[in-house]
Every structure is written in structure tokens, then in C-alpha cells.
Design a binder for this molecule. Structure first.
Ligand code: TK8
Length: 335
């Protein structure tokens, strides 16, 4: 009996010790997660998922709060807030990161990806990860890519069925030289503007049109101020989930692992959800009164040719290797 009790005590001690060793090191944290779209959007739903998942994963220690509709600032303002340590996390378009790491412009190459599979493979593969790693030296930690999606054109002037129809259209674009070059080459008048100012700019006719995935045209209610939608899928646009490096460096290894794991889970949720929504959005937008034009393949090909110098210019600005690497990967995937 004595021997039995001894053995029991020893095993209790061993179990307790190993539990203590594995009890994750989570401390209370308040995490402000800012994003540009409405709460009722694919971005908002994924933000909600992230908040809940991270809460569960950290035994309620991480209190993440989502701030929709650019309440904490535009994409660029939030990036700067993260760098300065005034905000913990955000999700922004990679296109708006080019002022910090210009290599991110590679994802804005016109007509680079043909489908989501190509985008996922490149973003989650070596190229996407290599670009994320470059952010650290600038004060940002890249976690995962969410899907913004293939971009299409909307405007209030006229149906765009061919490139020439863009002539004189004041088109809002993201603050990124590739978009400015591409649309000016096509005859539009590209106006860089932050997303947070876009609805008002469309409503007041400061600009005639914009370009975004159909999900965003719907969730941002652009159909209220835009009559015409043209399906061009000219760029596949990723979102990137970022953390402030200043904040990140203060987290324990367990905390970092939890944030990373939740980010990955949110990515898988978000891509699935965005794709399901995208498949419905076009019909919804028609019902809401938008006139939809699907560009014919020869017209898209003319757009591709016209946009080519924009790619060449990016390559010549010190990104030749990167462009080659991404194009080679796409070619490989198409075989
Ligand atoms: C939201 C933006 C948006 C992007 C744009 O903050 O600016 O047009 O497509 O999703 O990042």
C-alpha cells in the first residue's frame, strides 16, 4: 500500500509538472484590428472570425476588437499606426504597401493570375512569404493573405465594353503607380485616392468610376452611385493581415503562435466565404439595377497588350528577377 501511494504521488507530481510546462503563456492583451470595408462585408465577417478564434485560442486573454469602415484610418494611415506602435493589427490591400516595400507591386501586375488557385499558390508559396519577410525591417509583421479578389470596373458614365470606352472616365485607383500607369495607358484619367474617401467621391461625381471585386461593389453599396459594371478581372488583389512589429516583439512565443494560428484559420475561412459571396454578388448587383457588361476575350487581350508597358516599367525599376520568378511560377502551374 505504501509503495502504491508513493507511486501515485510521484505520478501526480509528474503530471502536474508537465501540465505546468505546457500551460501556455498568455497574458491579457487588447488588440485593435482595423479594416476598411463595412462590418457587413467579407472583410468584416473574417474580422469577426479572427476575433472569436483568437479569443478561444488564448483562453479569453486576447481581447481583439474589430474597427470597420476605416474608423482607425485608411489603409496607409493604419500601416503607419502599426509601424509607430499606436495600433496592433490591420488588414490592408497589398497594393497600398508599395510605399513601404515596393516589391509588393508584383501582385498588381495586370492580368497576372487567371484564377484563385494560381493566386493562392503564389501568395502562400515562397514568393508571398519572401515579400512578407521584407516587412519586418520596416516595422510590420505580415501574417497571412486574405482574398480581396479579381477587380472589375464600375462607373456612372457609360457601359465599358472595350478599352476606348474608358476615354475621359475619371477613374479612382488605389495609391499605387501600377494602377495609374495601366489605366492611363487605356485612356482613362486615373485618380489615386484612399478607399475611405471613395463612396463620397463617387456620390459627388468627383470621380466617375472605380475598380474593385464584385463583393466590395455590393458591400460598399457602390451600386447606389454606379450604374455600369464591366467584368474585366484585370488584377487579382490580395489583402494582407499585418501586426505591429513593436507590439509583436513584446509577445511570448506562445502568444505569437496563437496569433499566427488564428490568422491562418481566418485566411481559410475568408477565402471560402469570399468565393461563395462572389459567386452570388453578380446576380445581386443586377437585381439592384446595375447594368453588367462582360468583356469579350479579344477586348481583354487588347487591354492586356496595352497594359504590358506597365509591367515592363515595374520590371525595369529593379524588379526584373521578381517578375520572372512569379511569371515562371504561373507558367509552371498552367502546365
Ligand atoms: C479597403 C481597401 C479596398 C481596396 C481598395 O481598405 O482600396 O480599392 O480594394 O479593399 O483595401
Amino acid at each position: 500500500m505504501k509503495k502504491f501511494i508513493q507511486t501515485l504521488l510521484v505520478s501526480v507530481a509528474v503530471v502536474t509538472a508537465s501540465l505546468a510546462a505546457h500551460a501556455a503563456d498568455y497574458k491579457p492583451h487588447i488588440v485593435r484590428f482595423g479594416y476598411g470595408l463595412a462590418e457587413d462585408s467579407n472583410q468584416g465577417r473574417a474580422a469577426k472570425f479572427l476575433v472569436e478564434d483568437l479569443g478561444k485560442r488564448t483562453d479569453g486573454k486576447f481581447h481583439m476588437k474589430g474597427f470597420a469602415s476605416a474608423a482607425l484610418g485608411s489603409d496607409i494611415q493604419m500601416q503607419n499606426a502599426l509601424i509607430g506602435g499606436a495600433q496592433e493589427m490591420t488588414v490592408v490591400s497589398t497594393a497600398t504597401l508599395v510605399g513601404i516595400v515596393d516589391d509588393f507591386g508584383v501582385f498588381d501586375l495586370p492580368f497576372l493570375f487567371a484564377n484563385e488557385k494560381e493566386a493562392d499558390t503564389v501568395l502562400d508559396g515562397p514568393v508571398g512569404q519572401k515579400l512578407m519577410a521584407k516587412l519586418e525591417a520596416k516595422g510590420l509583421v505580415g501574417l497571412v493573405y486574405w482574398e480581396n479578389g479579381f477587380r472589375n470596373l464600375t462607373n456612372s458614365k457609360r457601359p465599358i465594353a472595350k478599352m476606348e470606352d474608358l476615354k475621359g472616365v475619371k477613374l479612382r485607383v488605389m495609391q499605387n503607380p501600377m494602377y495609374i500607369d495601366m489605366f492611363n495607358a487605356m485612356g482613362a484619367n486615373a485618380v489615386p485616392l484612399s478607399f475611405s474617401e471613395l463612396f463620397t467621391a463617387l456620390e459627388s461625381k468627383t470621380v466617375d468610376g472605380e475598380e474593385n471585386p464584385v463583393n466590395t461593389v455590393e458591400s460598399s453599396k457602390f451600386y447606389e452611385v454606379q450604374k455600369y459594371l464591366s467584368i474585366t478581372r484585370h488584377v487579382y488583389s490580395p489583402w494582407i493581415v499585418l501586426a505591429s512589429k513593436k507590439w509583436w516583439d513584446g509577445l511570448s512565443a506562445d502568444e505569437k503562435n496563437a496569433v499566427r494560428a488564428s490568422a491562418v484559420a481566418s485566411r481559410d475561412f475568408e477565402r471560402k466565404d469570399s468565393r461563395a459571396e462572389g459567386a452570388r454578388a453578380l446576380e445581386d448587383l443586377k437585381k439592384k439595377g446595375m447594368q453588367v457588361t462582360v468583356l469579350a476575350e479579344p477586348e481583354l487581350e487588347r487591354m492586356r497588350q496595352t497594359a504590358r508597358p506597365a509591367t515592363a516599367k515595374f520590371a525595369a525599376a529593379g524588379h526584373a528577377e521578381l517578375v520572372k520568378e512569379v511569371e515562371a511560377e504561373v507558367t509552371r502551374l498552367r502546365k
